[in-house]
Ligand binder design. Structure first.
Ligand SMILES: Cc1cc2nc3c(=O)[nH]c(=O)nc-3n(C[C@H](O)[C@H](O)[C@H](O)COP(=O)(O)O)c2cc1C
Length: 393
């Protein structure tokens, strides 16, 4: 088999005020190097290394806005007066090495597990309806005042991201955290126009926050929206039950000023609605139905997905050649515009440069025990076992 021609992935892409030098993206990934709720010198060196390694766009690890309910556990970042200087250093370092940089804004919602001694440990844990699954409580339902208050802190965090020199932000609406708890029917049973059966109602709060951010940061700042069908607490979950619901969401996201969709999946290209199309993955559907710039992601180069690996203890094997063939077939077919590579860029700072040079043999296999040593040391005791029990149930 001849190696696929990857050159289309090395064409630049203009997104608002930023032009990516290529289509490779480093997704948001907590790595365990934070200090005092902000990026450390080690975080800065680590992400700069991925920019030097050729990546086009780098998202910071998840960063909470400065709201008491956003502070949770060890391995996390917040955007506040004390951390802003380090965020600026991080942005300078990544951009200085030729990549674009965006801060991922995230809130744990009902998934928060406050630990004694951490800032704001006594603050209430907030979620749309007091649920993190249909039959599993998490936090308490937010009041409308609390929703407004939190939205304002998201906007301030986005303004801060612009002020420290970032090219954009990403609103994390995936994986079962706060914004996704709004999007998912199981965890959002509000009856105040912000929840219930209709996707337009469940999307109202996340997209109101996106629109307020867009209003504050101006027309050209990158505002990415990340969503996923699956949740960390339920691999089989579906926010969008039909392509029509996804199309409706896409139109609303576009109207809110979202500039790209980061479509998070466990395995890129896995057919999403096989009864409607035997081949099209969720990113492909998003591209077809919304026409926003779309990023795909999920196990590129690896045989097992992130959750099999993190929670079920299944070590991945390499799958470079087969994955690149399928990736290029889909990219050339117009299914997505950008390609997110997570664990293989943790393991290989120069993943992108090695692909460009065709040096697949020089790629190192990702290994959780080695690559996530610092993060795993900070995970709340019992969290992995809890996931194992619930996600596959
Ligand atoms: C250690 C680790 C930390 C992660 N942290 C985040 C995060 O902060 N925000 C987020 O949206 N996704 C997070 N993810 C998910 C990744 O962004 C990505 O979607 C996932 O690893 C799948 O891509 P991959 O199969 O190429 O690794 C994390 C993944 C890993 C492995």
């Amino acid at each position: 088999m001849t190696d696929p021609d990857l050159s289309p992935l090395f064409k630049p892409l203009a997104l608002g005020n930023v032009t990516l030098r290529n289509r490779f993206v480093m997704p948001a990934m907590q790595i365990g190097f934070t200090e005092n709720c902000g990026p450390s010198l080690r975080t800065i060196g680590y992400l700069r290394g991925r920019a030097e390694g050729g990546c086009g766009l780098i998202f910071s690890e998840s960063c909470a806005p400065d709201h008491p309910s956003g502070y949770w556990q060890g391995a996390f970042c917040v955007m506040n007066g004390e951390t802003r200087g380090r965020w600026a250093q991080l942005s300078d370092a990544v951009k200085g090495a030729g990549a674009a940089f965006a801060v991922q804004l995230w809130h744990p919602g009902g998934q928060r597990r406050p630990i004694e001694g951490f800032p704001h440990a006594d603050a209430p844990t907030l979620s749309p309806s007091g649920l993190i699954q249909a039959d599993r409580e998490g936090g308490r339902a937010m009041t409308r005042d609390e929703m407004d208050d939190l939205a304002a802190t998201f906007v301030r965090a986005a303004e801060d991201a612009r002020a420290i020199g970032a090219d954009g932000i990403e609103l994390h609406c995936a994986h079962g955290y706060l914004m996704d708890q709004f999007l998912w029917a199981e965890t959002n049973v509000r009856d105040d126009g912000y929840g219930g059966e209709a996707i337009a109602d469940r999307a109202r709060y996340p997209l109101a926050v996106a629109a307020a951010i867009r209003q504050a940061v101006g027309p050209d700042f990158l505002v990415s929206l990340r969503f996923s069908q699956f949740k960390e607490v339920d691999y089989g979950a579906r926010v969008f039950r039909t392509p029509e619901e996804l199309a409706e969401f896409g139109a609303l996201a576009r109207a809110a000023g979202v500039s790209m969709l980061n479509v998070s999946s466990r395995r890129f290209g896995k057919p999403e609605w096989p009864e409607r199309d035997p081949d099209l993955g969720i990113a492909g559907w998003a591209k077809k139905l919304t026409d926003l710039p779309v990023m795909t992601i999920g196990s590129i180069g690896l045989s097992t997905d992130i959750f099999a690996d993190l929670f079920d203890g299944e070590d991945p094997g390499l799958r470079i050649a087969a994955d690149l063939g399928d990736l290029m077939r889909r990219f050339n077919g117009g299914e997505f515009d950008m390609v997110g590579v997570g664990r293989m860029q943790i393991a290989n700072a120069d993943f992108v440069n090695k692909l460009r040079e065709g040096r697949y043999d020089a790629l190192r296999l990702y290994n959780k025990a080695v690559d996530l040593k610092h993060l795993m040391a900070q995970v709340v005791p019992g969290a992995v076992e809890e996931h194992r029990k619930t996600a596959e149930a």
